[in-house]
Design a protein around this ligand. Sequence first.
Ligand SMILES: [Zn+2]
Length: 126
Amino acid sequence: MLDVLVCPFDKESELELFEFKTRPMGNIAQSEEKKRRSESGLKSNNNRAQGSTVKPCNTVDMDNDVVIEDGMLFCNSCLRFYPIVEEIPIILPDELREKNNDLDILRKWSNLLPEKVVKRSLPWHL
Ligand SMILES: [Zn+2]
């Protein structure tokens, strides 16, 4: 389902997903996840008018049946990165982003990220 996540800036580029820390979807959590997913715009490409607006929502890797606790989304077109913190993708316009927080996250996970993210991502990088 993450392959329908698009960059809010170019509105068409798919975001590349990096997973740092995941947890398995338990049976109880799973039904809860299903419920939440069905209420979220991330569920599937159901052509909602606001489809490219990502709402706060748990980040689930459907292929591996895991919930992503910490991770990163990266746009290969405009080179912006969007951290996933405590299962929530933080997708904000540049002016609302906290530079120091973002840099802390990049630093924390830099050994798990390719150089294009660590050294060249926008709106800032290490
Ligand atoms: Zn982009």
